[in-house]
Design a protein around this ligand. Structure first.
Ligand code: FE
Length: 130
């Protein structure tokens, strides 16, 4: 529906590994403390594992203790949508370019934003700054 990056389900399945597909396309959640990036502290940029869109920078990453990569803000506008699934009232975060599921945003983050973007490692690729 007018996204910059559109693929058929078949193409997504081919391009993504099983965990990326489950999370990005199936709105899955990786188990806490298991993802590739929850402990990453290097300087760099986190891009969408589906389409490569730049989403978060390391300067906005913080250790929330929740077991998923946590950021106080996105680099640019991301898509946010109310999510009433699983008996909870949450705000889902999606990649604006491909519509991939990234995670959720909560209002218990550090100042000044007060936000915690709780993002699955499987939805991200890390590009280390040279
Ligand atoms: Fe994307």
């Amino acid at each position: 529906m007018g996204r910059r990056v559109e693929r058929s389900e078949e193409d997504w399945r081919r391009e993504l590994d099983a965990e990326q597909y489950r999370v990005l396309r199936g709105k899955g959640t990786e188990a806490p403390f298991t993802g590739k990036h929850y402990k990453t502290r290097d300087a760099g940029t986190y891009v969408c594992a589906g389409c490569g869109k730049e989403l978060f920078v390391s300067e906005d990453k913080f250790d929330s203790g929740c077991g998923w990569p946590s950021f106080s803000r996105p680099m640019d506008q991301v898509e946010e949508r109310r999510d009433l699934s699983h008996g909870m009232d949450r705000t889902e975060v999606l990649c604006p370019d491909c519509g991939g599921h990234l995670g959720h945003v909560f209002e218990d983050g550090p100042r000044p934003t007060g936000l915690r973007y709780c993002i699955n490692s499987a939805s991200l690729k890390f590009k280390k700054r040279e």
